[in-house]
Write a protein of this length. Structure first.
Length: 331
């Protein structure tokens, strides 16, 4: 849980709501998925630790109005994001390249999980099939593209980790937006809202910018949230606070203040763009509702902080075990 001083500086003018199915969804996640369908992907002790991350609560805050049926692919995607992020954050760039090619091909429906031969491919195929029950192939294709974006970011991160280099500031901001893996969740927002927007609206520069800002603002919050974890798990050169300190030659406290400023500027931009949306004709109200649901992700990540243990030191997964897991073929 983040300290109260930092939390007080990271406030949002949006409601933070929790889906009423949160606890039932967590039980389903633990018993049906972690103990059942996903058993063996990671060692049992790490799987038990993953239950404490409470990914269903993350889903419940990101998608507060989704029905139980619509929550299933969203919660499965959230669990995938945890396994994927923790297992492969220290993988080699070559491993990530292979993983990207195979996983995204499954997400696009080009190959089967068996053909992919990577541990989490079956989960991606299930998410794809479940999503298609609620949204059209064009929307699912956008989700697959955003998943590819994530792998691009992860490949860049692992390249810097392998070389022990610090990315440039602008490079880091672009890399972090991709590697946070929130773009794929925003691509699935239509599952929750029940309204599929035309592709031209998704491609509109203002809508694209609002989507980008949603990810970035959430990411800057996460930089504070994960700082201690990053320092303890060998990720210090891909935390924005350290990147800012390195390039501006300032102390960590000054770098934290700089990140607060970046966060606040981008939050102000989001609020302004949301308030002054372009006229989309008969789609204006659905677009406004769609962007409103983006704001649930920003405020939801703050809201869920007190419900999860992902950033508590006693729950950090063992890095050597995870590195060994990353190279393991599925059984």
């Amino acid at each position: 849980m983040m300290d109260s001083t930092t939390m007080a500086k990271l406030r949002y003018p949006f409601p933070s709501l929790m889906n009423p199915h949160a606890e039932a969804l967590q039980q389903h996640t633990d018993r049906v998925w972690i103990d059942g369908e996903w058993a063996g992907i990671v060692p049992p002790e790490i799987a038990e630790g993953f239950k404490q991350v409470r990914t269903a609560y993350m889903t419940a805050f990101f998608f507060p109005s989704a029905t139980w049926e619509r929550l299933i692919p969203l919660a499965r995607m959230m669990l995938f994001s945890l396994y994927q992020d923790d297992v492969y954050e220290h993988a080699s760039p070559d491993q990530v390249q292979h993983l990207r090619h195979q996983t995204v091909a499954v997400a696009r429906g080009e190959i089967t999980p068996q053909e992919a031969g990577v541990p989490l491919a079956r989960a991606i195929a299930q998410i794809r099939a479940e999503a298609l029950a609620f949204i059209p192939p064009t929307s699912v294709a956008r989700w697959a593209d955003d998943l590819d974006l994530y792998f691009q970011g992860l490949e860049a991160e692992t390249t810097h980790l392998a070389a022990d280099t610090v990315p440039g500031i602008e490079e880091y901001m672009a890399m972090r937006e991709k590697a946070l893996m929130i773009h794929p969740f925003l691509a699935l927002k239509e599952i929750e809202t029940g309204t599929v927007l035309p592709e031209g609206i998704h491609d509109h520069p203002v809508v694209r910018r609002l989507k980008s800002l949603t990810v970035r603002i959430t990411g800057w919050f996460n930089e504070f949230q994960s700082y201690d974890k990053d320092m303890r798990t060998g990720m210090e050169n891909v935390n924005f606070i350290n990147v800012l300190a390195h390039h501006h030659r300032i102390c960590i406290d000054q770098a934290r203040e700089e990140l607060f400023s970046i966060h606040d500027r981008e939050l102000d931009e989001f609020v302004r763009l949301q308030r002054d949306l372009p006229d989309f004709g008969r789609w204006s109200d659905p677009v406004a509702q769609h962007i409103h649901h983006f704001s649930f992700v920003i405020s939801g990540w703050r809201g869920v902080d007190k419900h999860i243990h992902r950033y508590d030191p006693e729950y950090y997964p063992d890095q050597e075990t995870l590195c060994a897991t990353a190279g393991k073929d599925p059984t």
